[in-house]
Design a protein around this ligand. Sequence first.
Ligand code: ZN
Length: 460
Amino acid sequence: MRERFVDGSGTPFPDPPAEWVRELEEFLRIESVSGDPAHAPARRAALEWFASWASRYAGGWEICEEPGLSPWLVGRVPASSVSSRDGTPHVLLYGHADVQPPGSPDSWQSPAFEPTIRDSWLHARGVADDKGNLYALVRGALDLAAAGRLPVDVTVLVDTDEETTGEAALRHLERDPTPYVACLVYDAPTTADATPVFVVGARGLIVADLVVRTGKADVHSGLYGGAALNAAQVLVATLARLNPVPDALRKGVAPQDAGQLARWNDATDGLTELERVGVAVAPQMRDQGFYGVTFASPSLDINGIATGDAAQEAMIVPCEAVARLSMRLAPHQDPAAIGAALESLLREEQPDGVQLEVRVRPTSAAVQFAPGDPVVAAVRSAFVDVIGRAPRDLPNGATVPLVSALGARGVPTVLTGFSTPDSNFHGPDEGLPLNALTVGAAACSRALERLAAMPVTDVG
Ligand SMILES: [Zn+2]
């Protein structure tokens, strides 16, 4: 039997009503693949479906569009148990309707966009990341609103580019002056025993593209090898300077509290985790532990290299080589300063005759939430009410630009969720336990009730 959600006494939560599953299946059949222009109509269709579904229960829903951005949806659901006025706390709920491409159909047991239930799990692309989680989150607010029991004003933000750029939500937030007391996001997996995780911090991100050119065209490696500058070799030498991450790119890293780091590392055994995903272990992992390297330190990965021809017997000196890099930033590192340091490292010591193009995009800073924040404590006690045990506090090495932006604005964000490590985020046979919907919706309803007591603070 696969992992399901159980209450404090070990009894499984009930499966959701058949109507919820039918509705979510409609949402999942829409092939709203992120980034790909061919799927742009489907991404819009996913928002149209969501708006027409949600407006049957409560609120005003509007699709927003802007040239160059994938569309997003904003729903305003006013408090229904009290009359909404200036002092009513306002809570933001955020999720995304775009999904990763499904990959090879052969790797799926049932088609990616044909939702299928096996073993009380619902399978489809996006069911865990993030459509099923988003459904449960918003269901929790709509059910309260429809029953006349919603004690806070709620804004729902759903974007369709989270898996690629995350730009639309940031752009929307820049212009949205609402003084949110809290933001709730369901887009993070639980621990292996299906205990929800509250993400206490996430790393920042810099993306860099590099093009090395050494000539007009590839040339014969017999006639010119050794005499002509080789773009592939220049690129490889340049990238070799970045591993291990040099001191210039470690500026600003503050040591993490050793006790806290040890507690996090106890909660996730890095060696087991890497074995589960099936990858070899980098040497620094053994010294610093999983969160020592995936949260407390920056990391720099070469995402891809393209140059020359490794498939055929092409005896050439390549004249062009490109690479894409991503760098994750530790808490307290300044994305602009580290981006500038990365650019100068890439440019230094290049041989004469190399044409180098470097494009560095500092995307977001790391974010870390203060332990003991009253908003987080209120949501935590709501989760304890519903699931009968406390969520685990853990950092997350990934980057959520919206959460960083909210952090900069002083809006405490609870990033959690009800997918499990078996949900296969971004992989084949993506799945979600059916009762994640029941428990996820109940936890959101309870959190909104608890947040009604939060004082409204001024944000700039
Ligand atoms: Zn997601």
